[in-house]
Design a protein around this ligand. Structure first.
Ligand code: TXA
Ligand code: MG
Length: 343
């Protein structure tokens, strides 16, 4: 299959271009498109055969459910039932935006989308290209991140092509995504709202609206399959150094030095302020440690850049676990194959 690429400006969306992509969706094809978080790989959520193709091309296990993307808040009522006041408050406050809510599903949602669960994940993105695509396709779009299963999520159309060229009908190139990390997935089906996956909306901001919010704990059973311990992984082995100070820098340097001696090609992920400390190594910068928005936006690109470079080992510094830092550390721990340590 030849993958068609369409360039669209997300600040000034040319609807006639999007119509072509919408037609692909209507005809049961696959379209990769930008959202404000990462690129998604979309199919008509009501077409089980099209959705099945998503799993096939991503090599994603069928037991890992997808998010349904909608273009109007009202569409929530078509896809979910038992929608609580909390859900209404949250979607009012954070949609369109990087929040996914998990609710009891309505009968019209195909089982393949939810992996047989009786719950469904729904989100309304703020990206104008995605919103236009959903509107023009006249159907909600089921879409996971547009990467091969367990690889870092794509933040550019090139990342999508690196993983999926020749396997999807069309890629909409809308430039680099703003946030660079996936949406926050929030389970609203229990009495207590649970964050299943930290993401673009920080726990602190959610807590402004819901005081009883809890973070998913790794010792609980895996209730969101995206919580598989090894995920977001580059080809290289990732070692995450948890200390965030001078001792941390020393540890990173020592590890890099030792692996170099053993003949491995080593990459270091560092905060901008520590750049000079690693001048003799192959270092890539996340961003200033006090600018977690920039760090989040760069994370997946940096992991993929090291892959392209072909390093064997990536040694990464940590960031502060507040705001977006929680999501950044979650992805780094998963890239390193460690359990997420929320408390
Ligand atoms: O920002 C994002 O969320 C991106 C863009 C494309 O929207 N999408 C994304 O999708 O990251 P995906 O499939 O890579 O991750 C969705 C996560 C998975 O961890 C999945 O297990 C979880 O949401 N999920 C989906 N439906 C669920 C459900 N019914 N119950 C619990 N978790 C669910
Ligand atoms: Mg994903």
């Amino acid at each position: 299959m030849k993958t068609e690429i369409i360039k669209v400006n997300s600040n000034n969306v040319d609807v006639s271009r999007i119509r072509k992509a919408a037609k692909v969706i209507k005809e049961g094809g696959l379209v990769a498109f930008p959202t404000e978080t990462v690129y998604g790989l979309g199919a008509d959520a009501f077409d089980p055969r099209a959705v099945a193709k998503i799993f096939e091309v991503k090599r994603r296990p069928l037991e890992d459910p997808l998010i349904i993307h909608i273009s109007k808040k009202e569409d929530l009522f078509e896809l979910a039932i038992n929608i609580s006041n909390t859900a209404l408050k949250l979607t009012k406050r954070f949609w369109p935006g990087p929040l996914t809510v998990v609710l009891k599903k309505s009968d019209i949602v195909p089982d393949i989308v939810t992996a047989g669960l009786d719950t469904v994940a729904i989100r309304m993105t703020s990206n104008q290209i995605a919103l236009t695509l959903i509107k023009e396709a006249q159907t909600p779009i089921a879409a996971p991140s547009a990467n091969l299963f367990s690889r870092p999520s794509p933040t550019t159309s090139q990342h999508v092509l690196d993983d999926l060229e020749g396997k999807v009908d069309l890629v909409i190139d809308g430039g680099r995504t703003d946030i660079g990390l996936e949406s926050t997935v929030l389970d609203l089906t229990q009495d207590t709202p649970y964050i299943l996956r930290p993401g673009g909306v920080s726990a602190e901001r959610l807590q402004d609206v819901i005081k009883t919010l809890k973070l998913f704990k790794s010792q609980d059973k895996i209730i969101s399959p995206g919580m598989y311990p090894r995920h977001y992984s580059p080809k290289a082995k990732v070692i995450l150094v948890d200390e965030n100070d001078r001792i941390g820098v020393e540890k990173v340097r020592k590890l890099a030095y030792n692996f170099n001696l053993q003949g491995y090609s080593v990459g270091i992920i560092a905060r901008e302020e520590n750049k000079e400390k690693y001048s003799e190594f192959n270092v890539k910068l996340l961003g200033p440690g006090d600018d977690l928005i920039r760090c989040a936006a760069n994370l997946f690109s940096v992991l993929r850049d090291f892959d392209r470079f072909g390093v064997d080992m990536i040694i990464s510094e940590s960031v502060n676990e507040e705001g977006l830092g929680l999501a950044i550390m979650d992805r780094l721990r998963k890239a390193a194959g460690c359990q997420t340590k929320h408390s």
